[in-house]
Design a protein around this ligand. Structure first.
Ligand SMILES: Cc1cc2nc3c(=O)[nH]c(=O)nc-3n(C[C@H](O)[C@H](O)[C@H](O)COP(=O)(O)O)c2cc1C
Length: 172
């Protein structure tokens, strides 16, 4: 994809992952699509049972969190993948925070969510509303179920979704 002065625009995969499943999906996407990749970290400790409850509350309330990096310069990118795990049917606070801190004006976006069993659709719906409000256009999305799945199966399912959705044609 070229911008209006003919400069080649690249693809980047942005994701947050607490337990590496969304990370695996993101890495598979980046490998298969020859895209750049950047992990967004949540500075808040999200491990352990108590933090699980707090994480769900933060997600439900859409509480912002401190992330690293705080924002991403997307000026060289035409297509941006944005991925989040499902937390209580909502995107993880790190990705909600990122979307609000990035300049997405004029970008094509492909959203992806992972979920144990359900709620991935509502994550996509909410991220779609958020990125569209910031001037981006959602051109596709994918949802990957990770409950009871080995890492090799998650990777294989991601590859299947890339094929089914013809993701290689986007961003060219
Ligand atoms: C705080 C929290 C809330 C979650 N809520 C849901 C949920 O509502 N629905 C669901 O199917 N999975 C839920 N899960 C499971 C994750 O969405 C799923 O395991 C995801 O693939 C994890 O991605 P990650 O390894 O990249 O962090 C939740 C996990 C956490 C930590």
């Amino acid at each position: 994809m070229r911008n209006n002065i003919g400069v080649l625009m690249k693809t980047i995969v942005l994701y947050y992952s607490r337990s590496r499943k969304t990370a695996l999906v993101a890495e598979t996407l980046a490998e298969e699509l020859s895209a750049d990749i950047m992990e967004i970290k949540d500075v808040k400790n999200r491990s352990g049972l108590l933090n699980y409850v707090n994480a769900s509350m933060d997600a439900i309330r859409e509480n912002k969190t401190q992330i690293s990096p705080e924002n991403v310069d997307l000026s060289n990118y035409g297509l941006v993948y944005i991925g989040s795990p499902t937390w209580a049917g909502k995107p993880a606070p790190a990705m909600i925070t990122l979307i609000d801190q990035c300049d997405l004006m004029g970008k094509d976006v492909i959203l992806f969510s992972t979920m144990g069993s359900q709620g991935g659709n509502s994550v996509i719906k909410r991220m779609k509303e958020k990125v569209e409000a910031r001037g981006a256009r959602v051109v596709n999305y994918l949802i990957i179920k990770t409950g009871n799945q080995e890492m090799v199966e998650i990777r294989e399912n991601t590859r299947k979704k890339i094929q089914e959705n013809d993701l290689k044609i986007f961003g060219i």
